[in-house]
Design a protein around this ligand. Structure first.
Ligand code: FES
Length: 150
């Protein structure tokens, strides 16, 4: 008879057994397109693991000059991680939290209704397959601008 695992007997399973339980599963990949604002003709394909943080994924990609996102480390305080996603993909994303909405409201004219999200608050999902993500101009060289006078 198969014994169910409970928190009481979980500690008796070795890490090797746990690897056997979870280590073999392959995380599906999602492919989407990224381009810089005003440069829609130069699209870059990005492959990402489902469940990965979108901001981390963009920063880890090898696309030149976009590794300036996330100055506040996902605390919804810097606005540097905003992205614009294609209108057809926007409704497929995870629901906006109240805290993220407050930040989006602060964007004013920079907000593209029905497109703008904070990438630090999003996880890569299979619904993002084939989506297009625009990196706003304000993200480029932001770190250099902020540290220039130091
Ligand atoms: S990393 Fe600062 S708001 Fe997303």
């Amino acid at each position: 008879m198969r014994k169910l695992l409970t928190s009481g007997n979980l500690t008796h399973i070795s890490s090797r057994s746990l690897f056997g339980l979870f280590g073999g599963s392959k995380i599906p990949e999602v492919t989407f397109t990224v381009f810089a604002e005003g440069q829609a003709s130069q699209k870059h394909l990005v492959k990402a693991k489902e469940g990965a943080n979108l901001m981390d994924t963009l920063n880890d990609s090898s696309i030149k000059d976009i590794s300036v996102f996330g100055i506040c480390d996902k605390q919804l305080a810097c606005l540097s991680c905003r992205i614009n996603i294609s209108k057809s993909c926007y409704p497929k994303l995870a629901k906006i939290t109240e805290d993220e909405q407050d930040v989006l409201d602060e964007l004013g004219a920079l907000l593209k209704p029905g497109q703008t999200r904070m990438s630090c608050q999003l996880k890569v999902s299979k619904e993002m397959e084939g989506c297009e993500i625009e990196i706003p101009r304000t993200a480029f060289g932001l770190y250099e601008k902020l540290t220039k006078d130091d």
